[in-house]
Design a binder for this molecule. Sequence first.
Ligand code: SF4
Length: 357
Amino acid sequence: MNAQIKTELLGMNMQELEEYMASMGEPRFRSRQIHKWIYQKEVNSFYDMSDLPRELRQKLDEKAQISIPRVLKQRVSVDGTRKFLMELEDKKRIETVLIPQSKDKNTRYTLCVSTQVGCPIGCAFCATGVSGFQRNLKYYEIVGEYLGAKRELEKKVKAEDNALIANVVYMGMGEPMLNYEDVIKSIRILNDSIGINLGQRHITISTSGDIGGINKLTREDLQVTLAISLHACNDETRNDLIPLNRKYPISELMEAINNYILETNRRVTFEYIMLDNINVSRADADDMIKLIKPVLANVNLIPYNEVEGLIYKKPSDKTIMQFYNWLVNGGLNVTIREEKGSDIEAACGQLRAKRER
Ligand code: SF4
């Protein structure tokens, strides 16, 4: 006999939950209770929903599920960054990273979520890209990363605080724009004021340069931040680092970004991983100044986090500062991002969801 396919409640908004509960012949207030258990208490077992009648809990358990991913393993960096290895319903694994915003014990966190299992872009410097692509995440799985990470964090810091995770960045495994519909749907759920209630301005979508996705986001009427993984300002180097650049060269990418800024009046962020002897010369700085100075943008410089088996190296501190100064003197708005979690392979480009070691 085939197992009954259960209805997924994770990712449903209040109205959808009301419709579902009505279809079971249950009153409307039951959906409010369940909504709270899911989005404010991160509970995924109906048996733990103590204000529901016993028979209803059993009925729900037979017919429905709440698939918050299971945390298989958690590693904590010396700087407080936490990396979670999470398992999805089909046993596929992803990584999700929580980054403290300061050393303060009451600090808030930024959550870096994955949007795909693996990644089809195949950036040359990235552990995820090297390990290939398996599938897109569903919108509720992305929301589940948030709830699963928050639940773990609350166990450690002993606080039930909806603002504990203050920012969510779509910068983990995968290219968000290639899973556009589910990414946007997950943002709307994170933003839902009667649920998780994370402000749109606290959400960043990062892309390696998928123009189709940028154009869609331009029309989306969302207040999220767009981040572009630039990493090189000439096509030759960028083709080597990010294969997608062959499809969408820098001139076309900049056209889409300029259109985005014109239409939304929002500042974009350029992410730039610094690779020794690859993209940190004086000529690279000049190319970047020429490209970005006319644009409403911030530049984040990210000294590379070395990945086992890859040839790329982090530049020396002197080279990093020299490059930074060239850009600042050239009139760009630049910060060097202090990398967190590199000792537990949780930093940018290091995620690969290895099996438990
Ligand atoms: S850097 Fe991002 S887009 Fe490139 S392969 Fe890695 S996960 Fe994919």
